[in-house]
Design a protein. Structure first.
Length: 382
């Protein structure tokens, strides 16, 4: 099959973690090819990454501005850009490519301010461009199955939500450094690069997005505490939330929780049962119908009747993971671009990937949490 979608990447040199994850995920789709990039402000790293992926030298750019302009003028220019740079650059890079008429896939959080996020939403709509934000966990097969089960009414009306995303990787911020703990992406703790929040923006937004994706519930207001432990940005936060339908929930995000590696866990309780999913065991969902024993549902099995089960790529018992979740997001973005390129109209909800509006919701969530904490945990309306 001929390549139908060409893409470029900003950020993600060979020594960067998340950029390589994105490239590997996109590579699952034979319809999509990497043809251009501005991978690093370091000239040698930039060139080396381009050479590693056999790119034409003239399509390895020294700046993202040069890349956006040049690619928009080529007959074989990129269809979309994947933005994998640190948080503080997302807005400027995304805006630049939108202005040159190029679809965007961007890492989260989308940007720093609500106003910036609203502008990116407006630009993407005005120019009829797709804008995906990689809230990765919506790409997992069993998360999609849960979403469909909830929509089918299998747990009845939602009555309560409990969710957490807890890690230990910044526990050294509380005391003496230890060889057994990881030090990754330390720029996240610097307000210059991360804005007003660290933990809430980095992983708390995943809680907000995953719950919204599963349930369709919109946050009405929240009350929060954040713990900085004498540091510039938050390392731990607790949130009480209220949704527009009056249902309440409780969220906790932390990066100082010893023994927790990447512990996103979402529990949805309804009038007819409950569902629970844990990211570290992503192929399984705990389903408890009211008055019956808990069932452990497994991806790739015949008893999964929901259409979302088709996202499963390998047989049950063979674990899928994070890169597959990324791949499912990119697959749907590519399908949307291909349909639009054919001249067909694409309905807003036709393809299942997190949008710029989801990114905007995340920024509103971060600002509400920080505002509430500053007001002695007062309720803040989103």
């Amino acid at each position: 099959m001929a390549v139908q979608v060409r893409y470029g990447m900003v950020g993600g040199s060979m020594d960067a973690f998340i950029g390589e994850v994105h490239r590997k995920a996109i590579a699952f789709d034979p319809r999509v090819q990497l043809v251009a990039g501005c991978f690093s402000t370091d000239k040698e790293k930039n060139q080396f990454t381009g050479e590693t992926y056999s790119l034409e030298s003239e399509r390895v750019y020294v700046s993202y501005e040069e890349m956006a302009k040049a690619e928009s003028q080529r007959d074989d220019g990129i269809d979309f850009v994947s933005i994998t740079t640190p948080n503080h650059t997302h807005y400027a890079v995304a805006k630049c490519f939108l202005e040159y008429g190029i679809h965007v896939v961007c890492e989260k959080p989308l940007c720093f301010t609500v106003e910036e996020a609203e502008e990116l939403v407006r630009l993407s709509k005005e120019k009829n461009l797709f804008f995906a934000v990689t809230y990765t966990y919506s790409g997992y097969t069993m998360v999609k199955v849960m979403r469909e089960m909830i929509a089918e009414g299998k747990i009845g009306n939602i009555a309560a939500v409990n969710a957490e995303y807890v890690q230990e990787w910044l526990i050294d911020e509380l005391g003496t450094p230890n060889e057994g703990t990881a030090k990754l992406s330390v720029w996240r703790t610097n307000p210059e690069f991360s804005g007003i929040a660290n933990c809430v923006g980095d992983i708390g937004t995943h809680i907000e997005n995953t719950v919204h994706y599963l349930t369709g519930l919109h946050l009405k207001r929240l009350a929060a505490t954040v713990n900085r432990y004498g540091k510039p940005l938050d390392l731990n936060a607790n949130m009480l939330v209220e949704y527009e339908n009056g249902v309440n929930g409780a969220y906790w995000c932390s990066q100082i929780a010893a023994g927790k590696l990447n512990g996103l866990c979402v529990r949805i309780y309804g009038s007819e049962g409950s569902l629970e999913w844990e990211q570290q065991f992503p192929d399984y969902v705990k389903y408890t119908p009211k008055g019956k024993p808990t069932q452990l549902l497994s991806r790739g099995t015949g008893y999964i009747t929901e259409a979302a089960g088709a996202y499963s790529r390998i047989p049950s018992g063979h674990p899928e993971g994070l890169i597959i979740a990324f791949a499912n997001i990119y697959k749907n973005v590519a399908s949307a671009i291909i349909k639009q390129k054919s001249g067909a109209a694409v309905a807003p909800c036709e393809f299942d990937f997190p949008t710029a509006e989801d990114g905007l919701n995340g920024i509103k969530f971060v600002h509400a949490v920080i505002e509430s904490a500053a007001k002695d945990s007062a309720w803040v309306t989103l």
